[in-house]
Design a protein around this ligand. Sequence first.
Ligand SMILES: Cc1cc2nc3c(=O)[nH]c(=O)nc-3n(C[C@H](O)[C@H](O)[C@H](O)COP(=O)(O)O)c2cc1C
Length: 191
Amino acid sequence: MTGENNNSLENAEVLLCVTGGIACYKSADLASKLSRSGAGVTVAMTDAAGRFITPLTFGTLTGREVYTSLWQEGENYQPQHLSLTERADLMIVAPATADIIAKMTVGIADDLVSALALSAWEACEILIAPAMNTRMWLAHPTRDNVQKLTERGVHIIGPNEGRLACGTTGIGRMAEPDEILAAAEMLLKKS
Ligand SMILES: Cc1cc2nc3c(=O)[nH]c(=O)nc-3n(C[C@H](O)[C@H](O)[C@H](O)COP(=O)(O)O)c2cc1C
């Protein structure tokens, strides 16, 4: 079965960035699956993500320090927003909010995750798993942003159709952790 200690990501360094949506709970499963596949997994999260899930969960699942602030002092005073992407083979943003997608499109870097996303462009592959309410996903700004990111080489998985946390049914569910894991395996095989 995918991700069950199959070592498919042995020696890979994955930077998992978590932004603020209900689908954060699925990111814990993703972090666990990436780790069990042999990857070294470092998690960075936004303030909004911290409203949904705690760093303790990711730290326990990955066995690594979790990064939550641009102002956290790094090892040897290396700025984390540069060093974390420098050593990553792949950056995954899951869930990716409408907000981080917009920031990534224009290059806003006003917190740790958006600064990491900007510094990742020239450092590693980028895979994002959008998750949001259907109307937010279909909104013109989001559609334009996603198109631009795709054209520039960012890999996008999902969102899927189905029941959403807001109680409606439609497109907007984050891709399942197994799907994201499979996409990560494919990207890292190629690079
Ligand atoms: C209960 C709740 C659920 C939310 N779910 C989502 C979501 O699934 N997708 C999304 O794009 N924004 C969602 N938001 C809005 C974001 O949390 C908000 O835009 C926030 O500023 C995102 O910050 P970040 O991108 O820095 O994590 C939600 C907000 C609340 C209060």
